[in-house]
Design a binder for this molecule. Structure first.
Ligand code: ADP
Length: 552
């Protein structure tokens, strides 16, 4: 419609009228909001219309005004009849400007169709739907739209409640992420659990098998076997143990004294306690009482089983029946004893005759004289061997007896070294002896010990003829030592050389001997209340020494 031209005055008065109407409208809205009026006149297509908020009393309106949700009332044309401040805030338009606008204009383009359908349906039935509202910064905000019809005097209106779902959506999103993380962690845990279960199952089977293996093995070996804890308490015996001792399972906590021979018990317990303390191998020979009342010799050995930190978990012990070996050894000792005794007498007379002949040197043809000297040398060797054999059997029988008298070891060692120089003229003996070394001893036996050490030093240093002999004070003892620069000994060999008949099995350096010298020496020194030992390094040489208490 074309507007007729208006004069300036007419335009001014129209502008004033419009301003007045605007002020009036603002007042009205304020009045409605604050509950002062219950009705509203809206300019529609059919002219002015009056809307009354029939049911809305002041309390109700105040409540609507204060609520956190956006509350809007629209008419059939979709125009906003009423809005609370929260809705105006949501769409960022002053409250007074919201009234009269089409609600649809606040809906995101893409969800308008959906919105229109909801509104259409809402006139018949109350309904709810999620829609996208154009927010303050024109970004879509998810809202839950709840629609209810509202009966006003001038006809039906729709009440729309808009709940901002942003926080909820954020929370949902967060929850979803967390849930996903949880699910991931859960599946990882489940996988780990499965793996763990598999491992435990495998280990259990392994353990069962190894336990069965152990039992099978333990019950079928000819030895008696046991395991004991670090405190010495036994926690397993094999079947052979029960068969041998005649003890029954219930008597596991048996007293060791019950079955170990009283003579062997103190040494057994001493070694057992020492190995528990040090963690070193337990090894001892003793006699165990069999169920029929007979004692049999056994060799006991127990080794500790340690965990990866080196802590002892338990000990595994075995007792091997060595009764037969012991009896054979006894028979052998007996034979050696008798044989060496029987040999001694004819050897002595043989030597006597040879010495008689050698005294009549002048009457002998030239060549024979030499042979007689060689025969005497061989005979001396043979006598030493027989004497050693006799000593060994005496030691075994506990009959190596001799008296002790005061001995000046300073003089004795010098004399014995001098003797050695005659016996081994090709060797260079260095002798360092301290003054005034007095002891109580048997000089013949001590000479036997030193000569044995010297002859070994000579025998086992084929490439170096320098031997050092020393005698010095060491605390309350005298230490006599013989040092060579020969083949030396490994730690394992060092451990065993004082055993009876032990010889190092090295074909390269094999020389005559029966492995008796050091064994006899050890016994002799023990009878003097002293000790014997060796420092040695393979390929470098050895120092054999013995310590004897100073007289005083
Ligand atoms: P043997 O009669 O065999 O020499 P011993 O009892 O005197 O008997 O010595 C035992 C073993 O110890 C010897 O066979 C030898 O292997 C070793 N042995 C002794 N002394 C020495 C030494 N000085 N150097 C190297 N090995 C030695």
């Amino acid at each position: 419609m074309e507007r007729e031209k208006l004069t300036y005055d007419e335009l001014l008065s129209e502008a004033n009228e419009l301003r007045y109407k605007l002020e009036e409208a603002n007042d009205t809205i304020e009045a409605i909001r604050t509950g002062q009026v219950d009705a509203l006149i809206v300019q529609g297509e059919e002219g002015h219309q009056l809307y009354t908020l029939k049911t809305a009393d002041q309390t109700y309106r105040m409540f609507i005004e204060k609520m956190n949700e956006g509350a809007v009332t629209i008419n059939h044309e979709g125009l906003i009849l009423y809005s609370n401040s929260r809705f105006a805030e949501m769409v960022n338009i002053p409250l007074e400007k919201v009234i009269g606008l089409a609600f649809e204009s606040f809906i995101v383009e893409q969800s308008r169709d959906k919105f229109n359908k909801v509104i259409e349906a809402a006139w018949d039935n109350e309904c709810k739907e999620e829609i996208e509202l154009l927010s303050k910064n024109r970004n879509p905000v998810s809202c839950l739209l709840s629609c209810n019809t509202l009966e006003l005097d001038e006809g039906l209106a729709l009440s729309l409640i808009l709940t901002d779902l942003t926080t909820q959506k954020d929370a949902e999103r967060e929850l979803k992420v967390r849930n996903e993380q949880l699910a991931e962690a859960q599946s990882a845990t489940e996988k780990l659990n499965d793996e763990l279960e598999d491992t435990v199952r495998d280990r259990t089977v392994d353990l069962l098998i190894s336990r069965e293996h152990f039992k099978l093995l333990a019950n079928n070996i000819p030895q008696m076997t046991w395991t004991h804890l670090p405190d010495g308490k036994v926690n397993f015996y094999n079947q052979r143990w029960y068969d041998y001792t005649g003890l029954v399972l219930e008597e596991e906590g048996y007293n060791r004294e019950q079955i170990i021979h009283p003579e062997d018990y103190p040494l057994t317990m001493e070694k057992f306690t020492a190995s528990l303390k040090t963690g070193g191998v337990f090894e001892v020979e003793n006699r165990y009482l069999r169920a029929d009342g007979v004692y049999r010799w056994h060799l006991n050995r127990a080794v500790p089983l340690r965990d990866e930190t080196g802590k002892i978990q338990f000990w595994v012990g075995t007792a091997t029946d060595i009764e037969e070996q012991k009896q054979q050894m006894e028979k052998k000792d007996e034979f050696i004893g008798i044989a060496s005794h029987e040999l001694k007498t004819p050897l002595t007379s043989l030597k006597g005759y040879l010495q008689l002949i050698s005294h009549k040197k002048d009457e002998l043809p030239g060549g024979v004289k030499q042979y007689i000297d060689k025969a005497i040398m061989s005979l001396n060797k043979l006598q030493r061997l027989v004497n050693d054999l006799l000593d060994v059997s005496k030691i075994q029988a506990g009959r190596l007896e001799y008296g002790l008298q005061p001995v000046n070891l300073t003089e004795a060692v010098i004399t014995w070294t001098e003797n050695a120089r005659h016996v081994y003229p090709n060797y260079n003996f260095e002798c360092n002896v301290a003054d005034g070394l007095l002891i109580n001893g048997n000089d013949e036996r001590l000479e036997q010990v030193l000569m044995n050490l010297i002859s070994n030093a000579v025998k086992y240093s084929p490439a170096n003829n320098h031997v050092i002999i020393t005698a010095s004070k060491l605390n309350n003892d005298v230490r006599v030592a013989v040092t060579d620069h020969g083949i030396g000994l490994s730690p394992e060999q060092r451990e065993r050389i004082f055993e009876r008949f032990y010889r190092v099995e090295d074909k390269k350096y094999m020389s005559s001997g029966l492995g008796m010298g050091l064994y006899i020496s050890k016994e002799i020194i023990a009878n003097h209340h002293g000790g014997i030992g060796v420092y040695s390094e393979l390929g470098k040489g050895s120092t054999f020494y013995f310590d004897l208490p100073l007289a005083g």
